[in-house]
Ligand binder design. Sequence first.
Ligand SMILES: Nc1ncnc2c1ncn2[C@@H]1O[C@H](COP(=O)(O)OP(=O)(O)O)[C@@H](O)[C@H]1O
Ligand SMILES: [Mg+2]
Length: 503
Amino acid sequence: MDIIYNVSHAILAHKKSVTSLINEVFDVLRRDMNLQRGTLTLKRDNALIIEASIGLSADEKKRGYYKIGEGITGRVGETGKSIIIPDISKEPAFLGKTGKRLGKTAFICVPVIHDNEVIGTISIDSPFANETELNDKRKLLEIIANITADGIAVLRNEIEEREALIAENQRLKAELNNLNKPDSIVGNCNRMRMVYSLIFQVAPSPATVLIRGESGTGKELVAKAIHDASPRKSKPFIAVNCAALPENLIESELFGHEKGSFTGANYARKGRFELADGGTVFLDEIGDISLATQVKLLRIIQEKVFERVGSNTPIKVNVRIIAATSRNLEEYMGVGKFREDLYYRLNVFPIYLPSLRERKTDIILLADYFLEKYNKLYIKNIRRISSPAINMLMSYHWPGNVRELENTIERAILVSNDEAINAYDLPPSLQTAKETRTNLIEEGTADFTQMIAAFEEELIVEAIKETNGNIAAAARKLGLTPRIIHYKIRMLKIDTEQYKSVK
Ligand SMILES: Nc1ncnc2c1ncn2[C@@H]1O[C@H](COP(=O)(O)OP(=O)(O)O)[C@@H](O)[C@H]1O
Ligand SMILES: [Mg+2]
């Protein structure tokens, strides 16, 4: 009676932590029954594993692993029926996995049953005794098993949940490690994984690559990653921004010039193609070059031959060409602004970079990366981005893509004067995401018409973001006529300009 009383009290006192409950129960048994040795096993997969014990060393505990049906414990786990072994030295089924016993010892094992299922066992060693005495102990142990079964079931669930979490964590870590990713590029989304696999696929060959994507999506980063993963990595990587060079300079920049070839050419100069010999030339904004330069580029791609400006001597180089553009080359080709033959020469291996809008899952990853980068650069110690700021980063449509995100974080680090980036550290363009109508709804003071208006606005803005500011396309997405969408845009005062992507 005392024992049951104390066990039931232990259960009440240790409602929160099941592990401490089990230990407390064993303590009661040790004190009131003079118990020297006892174990609690829990069933997991197809085995019973010792979860708590008294009188066992850590090593002995580790050996306590019984397949269902194996030994006495395994048999109790299988049948759900208690077993008494009056003398373990005479019982061949007794495995003694957890160590030898001295003297004549009895062994009692009872099932722990929860929801008609055996979830574990409780077993004790008992000094040699007559049958009635052992039976009484068995009954007592069964009562204890029954009243602690709920708690033990919780313990089992806790362990299973913890192990599932650990396994999931390990799986994710392994996945991250296995992700074959250039070190310089941040991003884990499927679209970027596809980009990584294309990078590694094309890097070993000398093939021409055309990288496409909006401004600020990381085209130059990808070009450099291809070079770095190629056999040319120890040779130069020369980037030329074709849009930044005035037309009269671009040819001499690319191909070099002889002394006196034009006014101001006071000495001979090597062009970028000569400087890059053995390495890679990255032609950024290739869509912006003139038709005349396009002809020369075509020749260099086809024959790897060119002449310096003011010279007739052909120069042969070994360069790999990677080009990039944010322009719609197909459209340019249609209106005669881009040569078809050059287009096909460049387009042998296109890589499309997603806009930041299309890879929202990477926003936090990138923000953290830039946080670290600019913390170092400005010797600051800003460790966190507040939740409201994260919400703003996530709901913004990022027309300037990763470059804009990078600038945003850099600026926020400079203006923040505590240890976090707060919503008010972000630039005004991101603040508009917090529209007044939305505020009314959050405050719970919007009326029916305002709620409808907010809902309509959200639908229309989302569609416009997705179509990069193309209103006709947004109307089609929503199944609206152009007349209706323009009417709504006017009524709701939606600023559509800001959703046009930067090309
Ligand atoms: N995936 C990315 N991981 C880390 N930084 C990036 C990533 N994409 C872009 N950036 C950074 O954003 C800026 C713009 O990238 P850039 O390659 O110049 O874009 P693009 O050439 O497409 O305009 C650079 O500072 C670059 O380092
Ligand atoms: Mg660029």
